[in-house]
Structure formats: C-alpha cells, structure tokens
Design a protein around this ligand. Structure first.
Ligand code: C5P
Length: 430
C-alpha cells in the first residue's frame, strides 16, 4: 500500500472514445493493487465503448460523466474534481479530445476538468494511424507537450480498423507503470514493467517500456541578466534522436538548451538555459535505460553572474570575465553508480584526428558509445542537414556513411533497441 502525505495516491482517469477503452479496466485493476485511488471521468464517446458500471466496479468509486449534473456539482464541483487528484490521465486519448485540450475548450466535464487543473497530465493517445499522422493531430500534440503534458505511446501494430501502424493504445502494463512512476512509486512501476515485457506483445515497439534521456542544443551561460556566453548548436541532431527513440516506443525526456526547433511530438521536453540547469533536469529524469548526450554544453560559465546589467563606462577598461568550469553531464551520468543508465552515449565534435580523439574521449568520459563527427569549417555539420559519424564502442570503430541527421538518429535508435533487447534477453537467460 502506498501512502504519501497521509492519504493514498490519487489518479483522475479520463476515458475518452476509442475501441481501446476496454484496456483501461486492466490499468485500473493494476493501480488499485498498488493502493492507488482511481476516480473516473467518462466522456460521451467513451461511454460507447466501456460502461460506467465496469469503471465503477473496478475503481470502487463513483464515475463522473455529466458536466451539468446538479447532484454531482453539489457533491463534488468540477474544479475540486480536478484538484483532488495527484495526476490526471487521459486514456485512451482520442484525436478529438487532444484537439479540444489543445484548443482550451471546456465543452464537457472531461475538458472542463483538464482546463481547470493545476496537476500534471499524462495522455495515452489511441486512434487510427491516419488520424495520428494528420498534421492537425501532430500540431495539437506538440502544443500540449509544450504546455507540459506528458505523452505515452501510441504503439505500433495491427489496428481494429484493419490498418497497421502507430496508433494503438500502449499495453495496460506500460500505462500502469508510467502512471506509478509519475506518482513516485518506482518499485511498483518496475514490477509492472518487467513481467509482460518478456512476452513481447504482438506488434510491440522495440523500445516500449524503456526510458530514455536525451540532451540537445547549446547552453547559455549568463554573464548578467541580459548577456550570455553560448556556442553554435542547432539542436537538430539531439532533437532527431529524441524523436527517433520515441518512434520506437521509448518514453523520452529531452532536456534542451535554447533552440529554434519545435518540441518533438511524443517526447517530454524540458527547456533549460545553463549547463547547471541541464544537469539538474537530467538528474530529475533518472532512472532511465539509456542516456544520450548530444548537447553542446558550454565548457565554462561566468564565475560570478552580475545581478544587474554591467554598465559600459566611458574611459574605463572593459570588464574582465572570470570563468569557472561547468559540470560535465556526460561524465557525471556515466559515473552514477547504481543509478547509471544501462547505456550512456556521447558525441565528440572534433576538427582534427577525429577518431583518435573520440576513442580517447569515450574512455575518459566513462561512456559506452561515442559518436564522433568532423565539425571542421567547410563540412557543414554545424546547423546543416547531414552528419558523417564514426561510431566508437569498446569493440572498435564503424564508419557510417554521410547521411541526414534524421537518418543518423534512426540508425542510432535501432542500435539502442538492439542493444537493450539483447541485454534483457541475456538477463532472462541467466
Ligand atoms: O568534452 P567534449 O565537450 O568534447 O565532450 C562532448 C560530449 O560530452 C558530448 O556528448 C556532450 O554532450 C558531452 N558534454 C556534457 N557536459 C559538458 C561537456 C560535454 O555532457 N559539460
């Protein structure tokens, strides 16, 4: 039984329309096993697929489905309903409810509660593959993620409509694990995660149930409130990696410095400015199975950040900036002992003796894999579309052909999936 602050953890589960709605019954059962209190809100479309009675029986609580019920309002106002939970979960989240959430609509109890809440929200989309891939859905999801909504899935596989592709609701064990993890019930989450993974659900994505952390972009090191030290990094490679891992089913946290890029869909993006903030956000995202440090972190920060704007004074010498070393995030994550991700991956941007330096850097940083690239002037790697990678592991060096950053990301994501898959297979065989 999990108790915190005097009461059980509380989830408000919003069930919207979709053939996968039946799966949430199993999610409720699993959450209840761990002492989590579940209260359900059922949308009108959701009620076409699952009955209030089933939800009520499993949650052992009243099911709310009507915004304008005076009885409900007198017992439990809709604002209170949203505030009494520790976490709001929308599962299955249809294209329609995602659109209404993105638009800030409040035309039924579910959307009203979602608009009124001050609690974290997790959505588990499920819909036809064409609806999932439609630019409107992509935009809506990107908007929600930018506002801090977390997303799990969808997974890929055969769909009730006869088509194949991403759009299936994640399996109940994965959803229950993601919810428990967000409630801080880590060991209960791991228990959920492991059992069914061995049975490799049909059409399941290779990184489903895996957690990944990616750093991307530059960092900005403040000099005073208006000036900063920065470097040239577009964030394109790191963002593409986050998206590629999510496309294989991983639950991805992207910790990004300031970039011009939109947050990748299906990824939880944490925006930071300085290296110290990046390290804190990375530590917060642990535990993860794989960490990929693609950010171009500034090596130095200004030792004493000026509290006010440094004034230019006629006739006096320019101010001298004293620099201090920044934390090395890749090295720190590689040395996290028991909390070390199973796989830690870094990048080495070099202008000469690229492979030689990358081999040495892999060892000095303590990471598992190093992706080395030539960033000498004229290669167009910085800010460009393409990247030529030398892939350095303990086993040697592979030269990957020059390819787009997206293709590099997809190749890397597949290698990560193969490695983690092989590792869990080895564990099972032991
Ligand atoms: O030492 P260098 O900057 O060449 O190392 C590059 C690798 O280390 C990249 O993976 C980068 O993301 C990571 N790094 C880091 N924190 C730093 C400096 C580099 O994570 N402070």
């Amino acid at each position: 039984m999990s108790e915190q602050g005097g009461g059980p953890h509380r989830v408000l589960l919003i069930v919207s329309g979709g053939i996968a709605a039946y799966k949430v019954l199993e999610v409720i059962r699993r959450l209840r096993t761990h002492g989590v209190a579940v209260r359900c809100v059922l949308t009108r479309a959701g009620a076409q697929f699952v009955t209030p009675l089933s939800l009520q029986a499993l949650s052992e609580d009243k099911v709310y489905d009507d915004l304008f019920s005076l009885t409900d309002e007198s017992e439990m106002g809709h604002i209170e309903l949203s505030r009494q939970a520790d976490l709001l979960v929308v599962a299955p989240a249809s294209a329609d409810i995602l659109a209404r959430m993105a638009a800030g609509m409040a035309d039924d109890l579910a959307t009203t509660v979602l608009l009124a809440t001050d609690k974290p929200v997790l959505v588990a989309p499920a819909m036809n593959v064409r609806m999932w891939e439609h630019p409107a859905t992509r935009d809506n999801l990107a908007t929600l993620i930018r506002r801090g909504v977390s997303v799990i899935g969808p997974s890929e596989g055969a769909m009730a409509c006869g088509e194949y592709g991403p759009g299936r609701l994640v399996e109940p064990d994965q959803l229950a694990a993601a919810i428990l993890r967000r409630l801080g019930l880590e060991s209960a989450a791991t228990e959920q995660d492991t059992a069914p993974k061995q049975s490799a659900p049909d059409g399941g994505l290779p990184l489903a149930g895996r957690r990944a952390l990616v750093t991307s972009g530059p960092t900005h090191e403040p000099i005073d409130p208006v000036r900063y030290i920065a470097n040239r990094s577009s964030g394109r490679q790191g963002h593409a990696i986050a998206e590629a891992l999510a496309a294989l089913g991983a639950e991805v946290t992207l910790v990004s410095g300031p970039t011009q890029l939109p947050d990748p869909p299906g990824v939880t993006t944490v925006r930071i400015e300085s290296a110290e903030e990046m390290l804190a956000a990375c530590n917060h995202a642990l535990p993860v199975d794989v960490a990929i440090c693609a950010a171009a972190v500034a090596d130095w920060k200004v030792a004493e950040r000026a509290p006010g704007k440094i004034k230019k004074q006629q006739g006096t010498a320019p101010p001298a900036l004293e620099l201090a070393e920044n934390p090395d995030i890749l090295r720190t994550l590689s040395a996290r002992g028991k909390a070390r991700p199973q796989l830690v991956i870094g990048f080495a941007a070099e202008t000469d003796r690229v492979v030689e330096r990358a081999v040495a850097k892999r060892q000095s940083k303590g990471c598992d894999w190093m992706l080395a690239n030539d960033v000498a002037e004229g290669t167009g790697t910085f800010g460009g579309d393409d990247n030529a990678i030398h892939f350095v592991t303990a086993d040697g060096v592979e030269d990957w052909p020059r390819q787009t950053k997206r293709a590099v990301a997809e190749t890397l994501a597949r290698r990560v999936a193969a490695h983690l898959g092989a590792a869990s297979h080895d564990e099972a065989a032991e």
